[in-house]
Design a binder for this molecule. Structure first.
Ligand SMILES: [Zn+2]
Length: 284
């Protein structure tokens, strides 16, 4: 948080119906589109799209519920509230991933913890824990030069660092924190000012927003299967490494608004509504 002269945020403003419907709509579309990409021979395109769309809508509604729970971190001043928020959100992400893979909504369940990616496939009865490429990158990006906070890291399933190095010094605003895909960095000022839980709730909302981009890997299901069949090296790697495309896609989507002041960016407004119950006045 910086000393903003103008504008001031409006308190008491939680997530809106518009945010609910955009979660539902966007997940419906990405679910339906993915389902068509993964259409099996003989399946009818329209039917496949509609099923993926309906499942995606369900996933989006649940994601909205999960992200809304991050406010409890702030209100109760307790980081443990990330668990219900994360689990509900992950259920929503999983349902959209299944939709985009042209599978039934319950077939596969995912969870991102620290830099790990866990999947439980109910159909194949297979549990897998892999290292996520985004998880490793984010942990290094946020962590290098800063201090690992071991207690909060273990308690939340998220790497949490304190400091003013790297991302902080390059961002031009040393009071600002970061919720970067799977890792959180925060400046010591938050604890001194008593804004720690408020801003942690905001950063955890970003962590869950990242999780919502998991669907994009489903768009490459067919290619992935082909590479596993044809390349021994890829097959070996992909047992231990999850080649995450959600992180890069989130980053690109976020960058699309990088010319805006941060408080007007869609994902920042979302994180402020979910985690802080704060809204920004319209720009004139
Ligand atoms: Zn933010």
């Amino acid at each position: 948080m910086s000393a903003q002269l103008f504008p001031e945020p409006i308190p008491g403003q939680g997530p809106t119906a518009g945010m609910f419907f955009s979660n539902v709509g966007v997940n419906g579309l990405v679910g339906g589109l993915g389902a068509v990409i993964n259409k099996k021979p003989g399946q009818q395109g329209g039917k496949v799209f509609f099923k993926g769309f309906a499942q995606g809508c369900l996933g989006g509604a649940i994601q909205f519920g999960g992200k809304s729970l991050t406010y409890q971190i702030n209100r109760q001043e307790n980081l443990a509230w990330i668990w219900p928020a994360r689990l509900v959100n992950a259920a929503g992400s999983s349902i959209t991933v299944n939709a985009a893979s042209n599978r039934n909504f319950w077939e596969s369940w995912q969870l991102n913890l620290w830099f790990l990616r866990m999947d439980y496939d109910l159909t194949n009865r297979k549990f897998r824990t892999r290292v996520s490429t985004t998880g490793i990158y984010a942990t290094l990006y946020v962590g290098l030069g800063n201090t690992l906070k071991l207690g909060p890291t273990l308690a939340t399933g998220t790497f949490i660092f304190e400091g003013n190095q790297g991302w902080a010094s390059s961002g031009g605003d040393r009071y600002r924190g970061i919720g970067y895909a799977t890792a959180i960095g925060y400046p010591p000022e938050w604890e001194q000012e008593g804004t720690y839980y408020e801003w942690m709730a905001h950063e955890f909302a970003h962590i869950l927003q990242y999780d919502n981009f998991s669907f994009i890997n489903s768009y490459f299901d067919k290619a992935n299967t082909r590479w596993i069949e044809n390349s021994k090296g890829y097959r070996g790697f992909s047992k231990y490494v999850y080649f995450d495309l959600g992180g890069p896609l989130f980053y690109l989507t976020y960058l699309a608004e990088s010319n805006q002041p941060w408080e007007y960016r869609t994902f920042e407004r979302g994180a402020d509504r979910y985690g802080r119950h704060v809204a920004w006045p319209k720009r004139n």
